[in-house]
Design a protein around this ligand. Structure first.
Ligand code: ADP
Length: 448
């Protein structure tokens, strides 16, 4: 960042200098031209006045004068009768030269001509004398590009000096600009007294810190809960096994004891399965491709796999609705329907009913599971989606619940873009629905 600031400062200064150089050349050259043409005109007028007084032939008196100014005497036919410089132009006829033509008709004439070979501009001023001859004065002025070249070395020296100064100043400036940023306390970002412009960034960092802390707290709580949940069945298993090992169980009770050990180990297996499933969802490591799913037949298969449990609990399980298609990851969608329907059976009463409806609505395709069960207290409707949260711990334990089912549903729904809606009346029953939005590409994000 420091280097970038320095570089941009030097770039700004260099650009400014180049622009200043161009503008200076332009103005300096304009001034040189004005001076030259003024000079040429003045000289011409003085010499004309003198020749008018003393006669054209006195022009040769000027032979010995050393000057950059060239004098040419031209007769009315355009022939050169006198020239301070003798070259091939001296012998050419001058009647067509613009300044001569103009002087012949108007008394005075001027012109500026470029000489590319010399890299210069020629300024001409011609005055018609009383005897009809023309006296012409000319001066060479360096062209714009030559003037620019002439000034270039000086300009380069100035530029190098300025860049050096700019480099030194920008180094210090950049250091001062960057220092408050380097000294930022990122652990407590909002406590920094720094640039106003950094405030939104610091607010974002603060939010991220808080989110990270919340995740860390959640992890800690989750590990504590996991240990606790694992410990309970393991303690039972170890207790039963110890009594059996010590021969304290009568032979007729062995079956009951080993049955309890089996039940508790089954609990452990379910618990570990759920924990593994959740951590997979957390990592986004769900395998499976998004595909077109026919929601009704998929739900029917899930419902059929729960027939046994429903019959055992004396709950009537039924499915109705119509075929509808969504795009989603089969395993995730299946698991969501399974968990919700299983809960509707588990938290029901003897002779109760669970109705599953599948179909399309205005808000999208839905799976609606309605039960006539024990219901959920209103103030706990949100909490049931928390990990290990159970309204009635002992009831959940009795039914082999882990308290993780709805967390898995919530997570899967999030990955599938789906929404879970719950309505419940304590003592009357619960309705849970999974809503797949119309344009749902459920779990499409997981395919790549
Ligand atoms: P569990 O393994 O205990 O069933 P879940 O995460 O699936 O865990 O559910 C959390 C809690 O929500 C359950 O313990 C239960 O108290 C409550 N619950 C879930 N579904 C229903 C339902 N259909 N009727 C009544 N209570 C329910």
């Amino acid at each position: 960042m420091r280097k970038k600031i320095q570089k941009s400062m030097i770039l700004v200064i260099t650009t400014t200098l180049i622009i200043a150089y161009a503008i200076t050349i332009f103005f300096v050259y304009g001034r040189i031209r004005d001076l030259a043409s003024g000079n040429v005109e003045n000289v011409a007028r003085y010499i004309a006045a003198s020749l008018n007084t003393y006669g054209s032939d006195t022009v040769s008196w000027l032979d010995g004068v050393e000057s950059d100014i060239r004098l040419t005497l031209i007769d009315k036919n355009g022939n050169v009768t006198y020239d301070t410089v003798q070259d091939e132009f001296t012998f050419a006829n001058h009647s067509n030269r613009p300044e001569v033509k103009e002087a012949l008709s108007d008394g005075t004439g001027e012109d500026i001509r470029r000489s590319d070979t010399l890299g210069s501009d020629m300024f001409y001023y011609a005055v018609k004398l009383n005897d009809g001859n023309i006296i012409r004065v000319s001066e060479t002025v360096r062209s714009l590009s030559f003037t620019a070249l002439e000034l270039l070395p000086m300009m380069l020296i100035i530029m190098a000096g300025m860049i050096l100064i700019a480099w030194l100043i920008s180094k210090k400036q950049a250091e001062e600009l960057v220092r408050p940023i380097n000294e930022l306390k990122l652990d407590d970002p909002l406590r920094n007294d720094t640039y106003e412009e950094l405030h939104p960034l610091l607010v974002r960092i603060d939010e991220q810190n808080k989110a990270k802390d919340a995740i860390a707290d959640m992890r800690k709580e989750f590990s504590a809960n996991v240990s606790h949940e694992l410990k309970t069945p393991l303690t039972s298993i170890s207790g039963y096994a110890e009594i059996m090992k010590d021969g304290l169980v009568k032979p007729e009770d062995i079956q009951t004891f080993s049955g309890r050990i089996y039940k508790e180990s089954q609990r452990l297996v379910t618990l570990i399965d759920d924990i593994m499933q959740l951590s997979k969802l957390d990592e986004g490591a769900v395998t499976g491709k998004a595909e077109q799913l026919e929601l009704f037949s998929l739900s029917k298969d899930v419902v059929e796999s729960l027939d046994c449990l429903a019959a055992k609990d004396d709950v009537k399980l039924e499915i109705s609705g119509e075929p509808c298609t969504i795009t989603g990851v089969r395993q995730l969608v299946q698991e969501m329907i399974y968990n919700i329907t299983e809960n509707a059976i588990k938290y029901n009463r003897k002779g109760g009913r669970v109705s599953v409806w599948v179909g399309s609505t205005l808000s999208g395709s839905k799976v609606v599971v309605t039960d006539t069960g024990i219901g959920i207290p209103e103030d706990q409707l949100e909490r049931i989606f928390e990990r290990f949260y159970r309204v009635d711990k002992s009831h959940s334990r009795e039914t082999g619940g882990t308290g993780l089912g709805l967390s898995i549903v919530k997570h899967s729904a999030m990955l599938c873009n789906a929404k879970i809606n719950v309505k419940s009346k304590l003592g009357n029953g619960t309705q849970m629905e999974i809503e797949f939005p119309e344009s749902n590409v459920a779990g499409a994000a997981l395919t790549e």
